[in-house]
Design a binder for this molecule. Structure first.
Ligand code: AMP
Length: 318
């Protein structure tokens, strides 16, 4: 892996223009790894042009904002994609228009892409990997406070503030190093933990209407009508996804969120059985304990629930 890192660093040094992408519907780790890497490169190579691209998400402006660049900017550019397992999910579809493409990710490598790849599924987050990258070449790189803060935001996002099993001794060491580099851990944690009043009310709805099956599978369906009633859009529902996991009896759960076109985004989480194969059966994928998929109608919702029930039943019998 060290050679892969050295090869990536060599390309970074070679190109004067570097454009960094991440996945659609970003979470703090997508933005944190993207912005963290960009800020390290800007501070280390002030003469290079470094851009971050993808849809502007106002809720993440506190981590970093995106650049608007024209098509020509991709000429002779090095493109790096962080935190994105498969190419259809890359935000800003011009990712192939650069000179070379590099994938840096911590999801299972279901779709290898790019001229160079560095993929570590055991890493807690892509942000942790970006810190590792910085540390490997620390003699030639600078870690400014803005990068440390973005990476810290990414790590606590993907580990649920160090709650999920992907949190390793290394994760804690990296978190400490980021604090030492200026990340205000308490302020960042408070910021990520904050919810709006409509989200607080939706949280109450989720707990009230969660169906829990005998072997620990649980689910709730959030329709467009319901979200409208709460004054929320489907994109603003992320904060409720982890809630069922706090219930002792719940082992694995699905939150079905209706989309504008009537299909359902399925957000799958687990504390035990791996759910990423289930996600793959339904046009999705992800990590063993956190995946996403799609259900086209009520029948497919029932199918996903039945498969989740099957997984938790098998897990309970182990
Ligand atoms: P989400 O519920 O959207 O936060 O997704 C949880 C995890 O599953 C993320 O790490 C995503 O990378 C992955 N994931 C979500 N949706 C998909 C999809 N349609 N295809 C592949 N992976 C996905």
């Amino acid at each position: 892996m060290a050679d892969q890192l050295a090869a990536i660093f060599q390309q970074i040094k070679k190109y004067n223009k570097i454009i960094i992408h991440r996945h659609q519907r970003p979470d703090p780790d997508a933005i944190g790894s993207q912005v963290g890497l960009a800020e390290i490169l800007k501070a280390s190579f002030p003469y290079k042009q470094i851009y971050v691209v993808g849809k502007h998400i106002p809720g993440f402006d506190w981590i970093g904002t995106m650049d608007e660049i024209d098509n020509q900017t991709f000429d002779d550019a090095l493109v790096i994609v962080t935190d994105t397992a498969n190419s259809p999910r890359i935000d800003d579809r011009r990712f192939n228009n650069g000179d070379e493409l590099i994938k840096i990710d911590h999801h299972p490598n279901d779709e290898p892409f790019g001229d160079l790849m560095w993929v570590l599924p055991e890493a807690s987050s892509c942000s942790e990997m970006i810190y590792d990258f910085y540390q490997r070449f620390a003699k030639e790189l600078t870690l400014p406070k803005k990068a440390a803060s973005a990476l810290y935001a990414g790590i606590i996002g993907d580990t649920g503030r160090f709650l999920y099993p992907a949190t390793s001794p290394r994760t804690m060491l990296v978190a400490g190093a980021l604090m030492a580099a200026g990340a205000d851990a308490a302020a960042i944690s408070r910021r990520e933990n904050e919810i709006t009043l409509p989200l607080a009310r939706l949280s109450a709805y989720v707990y009230e209407h969660l169906t829990i099956l005998d072997h620990g599978a649980a689910y709730v369906v959030l329709t467009n009508d319901l979200l409208e009633k709460f004054g929320l859009t489907e994109a603003g529902t992320s904060a409720v996804v982890s809630l069922p996991g706090r219930i002792r009896d719940v082992t694995a759960w699905a939150i079905f969120v209706e989309q504008e076109d009537g299909h359902y985004r399925v957000r799958l989480r687990s504390k035990g059985p791996a759910i990423n194969e289930l996600a793959k059966h339904h046009d999705g994928g992800g990590h063993e304990l956190a995946s996403g998929a799609k259900a086209k109608d009520q029948d497919e919702i029932k199918q996903v629930i039945a498969e989740l029930d099957h997984l938790t039943t098998a897990d309970a019998q182990d």
